[in-house]
Each structure stands twice: as C-alpha cells, then as structure tokens.
Design a protein around this ligand. Structure first.
Ligand SMILES: O=C(O)CCC(=O)C(=O)O
Ligand SMILES: [Fe+2]
Length: 418
C-alpha cells in the first residue's frame, strides 16, 4: 500500500454487491454507522448544528430573519471541511469519526476498487424550517469546468468510479430518488422531454431510496438523482464522498479525534499530498513537452487506467491549466465565462482542481506555456455554438454537455508538443 491509510478487513464489506452497484449506479448499504454509536453521532451533529446556527444568526443580513441562513435556506448545510471544521472539539468529534468508520471505509474501498480512497467534502444536509417542496432532477456535474458526461461514462466503464457520493441519514430518510443506470448513459429523448416539462416530479423508472438511520446510499456521479421533498420533517443526513482524489490537508479537528481516526485522517492527508505532487508532475511533463513522461504521470495518478481514463484526466488537466493561468493572470478572468472564473477560486479535487494555492507551484510564464499545451483541447470542448441539456448543474453555454471531441485524444494533443 502507498501513502494511504491502512484499509480495514474486507470481511465487514462482504455483503456489498459491487456488480450490482456498478450496474445500477447506486446501492443502499445497511448500518454504515455502527448502531452502537448512532445516538452519540446524532448528539455530536446537534452540537454542530447549534454552533453553525449561531454563526448564521451573527452573519444575517439586514433583511434576514433572526436565524439567517438557517431560516432562509432550502436545505441548510454544515460543511465540516470548511470553517465549521474549526468548531469541532472532543464533545462532537463523533461527527467526523463516522467518516473514519471501519465499515464505511471498507465498503467505499471495495466499491472504488482502491485502497487509498479518502473522505472528501464532509457535509450534513438539514431539513429547512418550513416546507420547500421538491428540488430538481440533476446530475452532479457541470461540464464547462470539469468534463462532458461521456468523458465520465467512458472512464467509469473502463476503470470503475473514481468518486462515490454518500447520503448517510441519522434519522429515517426517503428524500433521495435515483434513476438506475444513468451513471453510464446520457438522458433519453423522453427523459429530456419530461425534464424540460417539469423536472420536479418522479421520472418513470426512477427509484425512491428508503433508508433507516445509520444506513447509507452510495451513488456514482454523474447519476441522475432527485431531492424529492425538502420538507420540515427532521432531516440530518451526512453527505459527502470517497475518492482517491480526496482533498484532506489542514483539518483543524484531527487532534480531537480518537487515536485510530486521527491516524486515518493523517493517512488521507499523506495520500492527498501525493496526488497533488502527481498532478504537478503531469503538468510539468506537459510543460517539458515530454509525452512519455506525461503518460507515466497519468498512469501514476490513476493506476490501471487505459485510453479513456487518461483522456478524462487530460480534460481535467486542461481545466487545471486554465485555472492556474487565471490565478496567475487575473486580468484574463473577464475573458472566460463567470462560472469558469469562479471555479479557479475554489478546489474541486475529484477533477484535479486542488484549489487556488496549487497555482503557486507555477510561475506566470509557466502558466502561459501550460495553457498553450492544453488550449487545443479546450477549443474542441468549447465547440462553436452554445448547447444545453436538462439535468446538469449548468445553464445554456458554449461547451459540450455530453460528447467528447471526435478524433482527438491524448495522442493527438501531445503530438503537437514536440
Ligand atoms: O437532498 C439530497 O438527498 C440530494 C442533494 C443533492 O443532490 C445535491 O445537493 O446535489
Ligand atoms: Fe446532487
């Protein structure tokens, strides 16, 4: 095993049907939280809800109700990977420790087929104070700053998922619906027609999940899914994912965790540092115009990946090169769509965007050359006219939603480097 943490014994994940998970794109897994710890985990999250509510109340704007975002949000969310992480102490460490649970890690590792997957984006979804009704059906992807759907699909079919998302309710929860199989296909014409008519109602063939407190549902983005009813009924659902590209670094809560959980988070931090270095190595190989070194760097980033996996990484690296250039040349921000400029300000690790600080590894001159290396692929991804398809986290824009560039892969891109 490399820099990751030690994987738990696979026996505790033996009931997980990986074939079915890969076919349907989702799987309900009983008791991913140890039932003996559920009450403690609930108490820990309620402490954090109180602390977050105090922050929101203090941050409320002039026209806001006393509770601020807690009262105005359709789905109030705790982000333990962001500022709230600094408010975790020994009294609520169990909220973080669920992510280090042996069974959850073993199941996630088995689903991903890797040993160094870490937890990323530690969140909790809460019920709103008043009924908000259904959200809209969507896939958790936004192609303009990540990749077209086909890029993900081809990689999943070739290599399995590189990221799985979890909903782990602390109380019974049947809000989430999924459309089986859509993690490896585009919308049908019929789905597009129905979604354009009304994207807040059940789609034919879709499945409602029914989870008991402590169970989890794992799903493979870009699966089409739906938050069917954001009602005031108590909802406290842990939300986040596992990936070999998890972003874990200065987590302020680590010293408060139990020793075994501390060790696991430190292992994830080491694995993250390795992934960042490998990302830099790929970009430096591109800078050097060394296609063989570039290919080796891709293989190190995603061991076992063949053509499709390497192409998806190359699309992510194209976006990374663009973000790095925008950080080094802020004057260029006005030349790209707003969404792209914003994406250069925040990390999205599962698509190799390690955040604005990562750009500091490069000079402005390197950023310019890097962009010349990858711009030919970005031009093809942009295409020559605007597109739109319902069910993405995206408006109409000039970027491919589904298809990858025809007849242009890693070999074609790197051929122009020498
Ligand atoms: O509320 C849920 O279970 C789904 C949330 C979701 O799909 C999202 O925020 O992207
Ligand atoms: Fe979603």
């Amino acid at each position: 095993m490399s820099a990751g943490s030690r994987a738990p014994e696979n026996g505790i994940a033996a009931d997980v049907d990986r074939e079915r998970f890969l076919r349907d794109g989702y799987l309900v897994v009983p008791e991913v939280i140890d039932p003996a710890r559920l009450a403690e985990v609930r108490r820990a999250y309620e402490t954090l809800v109180e602390r977050q509510r105090a922050v929101w109340a203090a941050q409320r704007g002039p026209g806001d109700p006393p509770g601020g975002a807690w009262e105005t949000a359709r789905q109030p969310r705790l982000h333990l990977s962001r500022e709230l992480g600094a408010q975790v102490d020994a009294s609520c460490a169990a909220a973080v420790e669920v992510w280090a649970g042996d069974r959850l890690r073993a199941v996630a590792g088995r689903m991903l087929g890797v040993e160094d997957a870490g937890a990323t984006e530690l969140m909790m979804m809460c019920s709103p104070v008043r009924d908000r009704g259904p959200a809209n059906w969507h896939r958790d992807i936004h192609p303009i700053d990540t990749a077209p759907l086909r890029g993900y699909v081809d990689d999943i079919v070739e290599n399995g998922p590189a990221y799985i998302q979890w909903n782990i309710p602390l109380y019974d929860d049947d809000v989430l619906w999924v459309m089986p199989g859509t993690h490896v296909r585009a919308n049908t014409d019929r789905e597009n027609r129905l979604l354009l008519e009304d994207d807040r109602r059940p789609l034919p063939g879709a499945v409602q999940t029914h989870l008991r407190g402590g169970d989890g549902v794992a799903y493979i983005t870009p699966i089409l899914h739906w938050g069917s009813n954001y009602s005031a009924k108590l909802r406290r659902t842990v939300h986040g994912g596992f990936s070999p590209f998890a972003l874990r670094e200065a987590d302020p809560f680590v010293p408060y965790l139990q020793p075994a959980a501390q060790e696991i988070f430190r292992g994830w931090q080491r694995a993250c540092a390795v992934k960042k270095d490998r990302t830099e190595a790929a970009l430096r190989a591109a800078l050097a115009g060394d296609d063989a070194a570039y290919d080796r760097a891709l293989a190190a980033l995603r061991p076992g990946a063949a053509e499709k996996g390497k192409m998806l990484l190359t699309v992510f690296l194209t976006k990374a090169a663009l973000f790095i250039r925008l950080r080094k040349r802020p004057g260029l921000r006005s030349t790209v769509p707003e969404r792209v400029a914003r994406s250069s300000d925040a990390p999205h690790p599962i698509t190799l965007n390690w955040g604005p600080q990562f750009a500091e590894r490069f000079t402005a001159q390197e950023a310019d050359l890097l962009w010349r290396r990858f711009a030919p692929l970005e031009r093809r991804l942009n295409g020559d006219r605007e597109g739109f398809m319902p069910g993405f986290q995206a408006e109409r824009m000039r970027h491919s939603f589904v298809e990858m560039p025809a007849g242009f892969g890693v070999a074609e891109l790197t051929a122009a480097w020498s």
